[in-house]
Design a protein around this ligand. Structure first.
Ligand SMILES: [Zn+2]
Length: 269
C-alpha cells in the first residue's frame, strides 16, 4: 500500500532503509531538522546540515523512487544558547527558498525552559513572515501536556498563524484531544518501545477517529524503526479496519496537510 512517512530523519539511516521503505510502499518522506545526538559547535555546522537536507538527501532518496522533503529550524535541544540560535535562525530564510523545503520544523520545546520558549516564538515569527507551514516537536522528558499547551499558546499569541497550517507531533493519549480541539493537525510517532507503539496508535485511532491525524516513524540515529508506519497498517488491518482508513491516515491526510505548500508535488492518483 502506497504511503507517506511525514517525519523521519533519513540523514541517520542507511540506503538499505530507503530500499526497504520503498518496497513497503513509501513514495515520499518529509525530514524535519533535528538534534544530531550531540550539540553542534557553530552556526556553520547547521549550514552544512541544511545543505545536506536540501541538496544531498533528495538525490539519495530519488535513487529509491522516494520523494524527499524537509523542514528548517534549530531544534529545541540546542536552543538554550540564544546567541547561537539566532545565528542559525538567520540562515533559515535563504533555505526556505529551496525546492524541497516545506516549512519551519521541528520547532517546539524539550525541557519547557524560558530560552526554548523564546527561540520557539522567534521561529513562529519566521514562519509567519515567510508564510510557511509549521511542524512542531512536543517534549518527551518534561511534562508533555504542559509543553504542548505552552507551544499552542505561543502559536496563538502570534496572532497570524492558521492552526490548520500547523502539525503538532509526538501526541499521545493525554494530548491528542487538546491539539485537535484547537484546530491543529496531530501526528503520532511510532517507536518500538518508547513513545507510541503501533498498537497504541491503533487504539488512539479507535478512540479519536482519523480526522487531522497521521502517523510517522521519526526514525533517527537511536533505537527506532523506519518501517513503523507499515507495521501500524498491519495492526489496523488485523483489527478489521478497512483499507480506506489506512489510506486516510498515511496517504490522504499527509497529502491534504503537506499539499498546503505548493512545493509538495506528490499527486493523488
Ligand atoms: Zn524528529
Amino acid at each position: 500500500m502506497k504511503y507517506i512517512d511525514p517525519h523521519i530523519h533519513m540523514v541517520s539511516r542507511t540506503t538499505d532503509d530507503y530500499q526497504r521503505m520503498a518496497q513497503a510502499g513509501c513514495v515520499a518522506i518529509t525530514e524535519p531538522a533535528f538534534w544530531a545526538g550531540f550539540d553542534r559547535s557553530s552556526a556553520q555546522g547547521f549550514y552544512d546540515y541544511f545543505r545536506q537536507l536540501t541538496e544531498f538527501e533528495p538525490k539519495r532518496a530519488a535513487q529509491y523512487g522516494i520523494e524527499h522533503y524537509t523542514w528548517m529550524c534549530i531544534n529545541p535541544k540546542e536552543a538554550e544558547d540564544i546567541g547561537l540560535a539566532r545565528e542559525v535562525m538567520a540562515l533559515i530564510p535563504e533555505f526556505l527558498k529551496q525546492p524541497n523545503v516545506l516549512g519551519v520544523g521541528e520547532i517546539g520545546l524539550n525541557k519547557n525552559s524560558k530560552n526554548e520558549l523564546l527561540v520557539l516564538e522567534e521561529h513562529i515569527g519566521i514562519a509567519d513572515a515567510h508564510d510557511q507551514l509549521i511542524l512542531v516537536h512536543t517534549p518527551h522528558l518534561e511534562d508533555k501536556l504542559k509543553g504542548t499547551r505552552l507551544i499552542m499558546d505561543a502559536i496563538e499569541r502570534n496572532g497570524h498563524i492558521d492552526p490548520s497550517r500547523v502539525l503538532i507531533d509526538h501526541v499521545e493519549e493525554h494530548t491528542v484531544q487538546a491539539v485537535l480541539d484547537r484546530g491543529f493537525w496531530a501526528g503520532m510517532t511510532l517507536y518500538p518501545d518508547s513513545k507510541v507503539t503501533p498498537q497504541r496508535a491503533a487504539d488512539i485511532f479507535e478512540m479519536y477517529g482519523t480526522e487531522r491525524l497521521w502517523i510517522n516513524s521519526a526514525g533517527d540515529w537511536g533505537h527506532s524503526d523506519p518501517l513503523a508506519v507499515p507495521k501500524c497498517h498491519v495492526e489496523m488491518l488485523r483489527r478489521g479496519h478497512p483499507a480506506h482508513a489506512i489510506e486516510t491516515i498515511s496517504w490522504k491526510n499527509p497529502l491534504t496537510f503537506l499539499g498546503q505548500c505548493e512545493k509538495f508535488n506528490v499527486k493523488d492518483d
